[in-house]
Every structure is written in structure tokens, then in C-alpha cells.
Design a protein around this ligand. Structure first.
Ligand SMILES: C[S@@+](CC[C@H](N)C(=O)[O-])C[C@H]1O[C@@H](n2cnc3c(N)ncnc32)[C@H](O)[C@@H]1O
Length: 236
């Protein structure tokens, strides 16, 4: 079996699998106007930690989508245990199964980087309402690296592209977003929100090969510290 990094996240059922975790999510949302009337999509929802937080905290209409059936099942389980009325489905960001202008906000937490952005970003624009906001926490290339290094990162994460901040900006602008605010997320030693630090839903059969994937992820993160970074893009 040839597992990917995303298989590892799915089979371990890692919640909050994005830089900054739920702590950053809470901070970002606190700066937004989210009310009970807000219609929000959590794309690439993983096991649904963020969706559950939003539905519980804001009581708004939450839609969650992921292309991985394993995480969607785990998210469904989480929502039904917590009795949260979240619409969750298997689907692809590159062809979103929602009508035009469905959402006031789309949140993509370490998801768009894994997709073909030329298809995904226009889909975000299409399904957002005219005044809608996209919040995306994504990986950026901080400085030039060799083709070999770039290849190692893209192959391991199966990223279709690895963009600089300026390239992300261009992609959002091309899709029709007018205002793009960018902030840097700086990982610190205290990245986790203690309350949700251990959010795992392990699948029944965990192959040892998955532990190698986890190790390689840690190695790559260390090796490319300073070369790979994270940004929060707020696009409207
Ligand atoms: C790094 S995980 C982040 C999960 C979640 N947002 C979180 O913060 O815990 C990336 C997620 O994006 C999903 N994903 C990747 N490509 C996708 C696509 N084209 N359409 C929908 N989901 C996708 C993966 O299945 C995975 O659950």
C-alpha cells in the first residue's frame, strides 16, 4: 500500500489538522461577523472539528465537505454525537456540489494547497455570495528552493502546486476576489489549543507504514523550516 500524507490524517482521524489548529480558527472567526443567519462552508472539513465548533458556538448554518470518505464518516459521527445539525457530504472543491451564491463564508484550513487551485478558487468565488468572505490558511513558499527540494515537498504532500504569497495573491485576484488581506501565521512551540490537543479518531486497522508517513512529515517540516511558511488569506 502506498499511503499519502492525507491518508495518514484520515486513518488517524486527526482533528484540527492545519497550522494553528482550532486556536487560530477561533481567533480568525472572532474577527468576522458571524451570526445565526450566516451560511458557512467548511471545505476539506476533515473530521469536522472546526465545523462542530462553529455550529455550536455561533448556531449558524454549517455545511461541511471533504473528498475523503473516511473523514466524512468520522465527521458525521462527531456531529451526530454532539447533536449538531451540520450538512456534511463527500465532494470535491474542484467541482462544488452547491448552487451559485450559497454561502456568506467559506473556510479552507490547509485544504486549497492540496487541490488544483485553477479549478478550486473559482469554485469558491462561484458559491460565495457577492459580499462573501473566503478565509484560507495555506502553505507558501517563503524563498527560492532547488527543483529537487520543491519536488520532494510536492511529492510527499501530493501538492499540485507550491506557491509563493504573490502567486496566491494572483490566483485569488484572477478568480475575481477584489480585496485580499494577508497575514503570516508563525508556528510557535505552543501551537495547540489545550482543550482540543488530543483530537484523534483512529480507524480500526492502522498500518505501520502510516507511522513512517508521520515521521517523514515531521522531518520535512524541520528540514524546510523558514523555506515553507503559512499565510491566512482573507478574500472578499
Ligand atoms: C490537511 S487536511 C485539513 C483538514 C481540516 N480542514 C482540518 O483543519 O483539520 C486537508 C483535508 O482536505 C481534504 N481535501 C484535499 N483535497 C480535496 C478536494 N479536492 N476536495 C475536498 N477535500 C479535499 C482532505 O481529504 C483532508 O481532509
Amino acid at each position: 500500500m502506498n499511503y499519502s500524507y492525507l491518508d495518514f490524517l484520515a486513518l488517524f482521524g486527526v482533528g484540527g489538522a492545519h497550522p494553528g489548529g482550532l486556536k487560530l480558527t477561533k481567533q480568525l472567526l472572532a474577527e468576522e461577523k458571524v451570526t445565526k443567519q450566516t451560511s458557512l462552508l467548511d471545505v476539506g472539513c476533515g473530521t469536522g472539528q472546526t465545523s462542530a465548533y462553529i455550529a455550536h458556538h455561533y448556531g449558524c448554518s454549517v455545511h461541511a465537505l471533504d473528498c475523503n470518505e473516511i473523514v466524512v464518516e468520522k465527521a458525521q459521527q462527531r456531529f451526530s454525537t454532539l447533536k449538531l445539525p451540520i450538512d456534511v457530504k463527500v465532494g470535491d472543491t474542484e467541482s462544488l456540489p452547491y448552487p451559485d451564491a450559497s454561502f456568506d463564508m467559506i473556510i479552507s484550513e490547509s485544504v486549497t494547497s492540496f487541490t488544483n487551485i485553477a479549478a478550486t478558487i473559482p469554485e469558491f468565488k462561484r458559491t460565495l455570495r457577492p459580499n462573501g468572505v473566503l478565509l484560507a490558511i495555506e502553505t507558501v513558499l517563503e524563498q527560492p528552493i532547488s527543483d529537487e527540494e520543491k519536488n520532494q515537498i510536492m511529492t510527499f504532500y501530493r501538492f499540485p502546486q507550491l506557491l509563493t504569497e504573490a502567486e496566491w495573491h494572483t490566483a485569488f485576484t484572477h478568480a475575481g476576489f477584489k480585496q485580499i488581506e494577508i497575514s503570516t501565521y508563525q508556528p510557535s512551540t505552543d501551537q495547540t489549543d489545550e482543550q482540543h490537543a488530543a483530537d484523534f479518531t483512529l480507524s480500526a486497522d492502522i498500518d505501520e507504514e502510516l507511522l513512517d508517513i508521520m515521521e517523514e512529515h515531521e522531518e520535512i517540516t524541520k528540514r524546510y523550516e523558514g523555506k515553507i511558511g503559512y499565510r491566512v488569506f482573507r478574500c472578499s
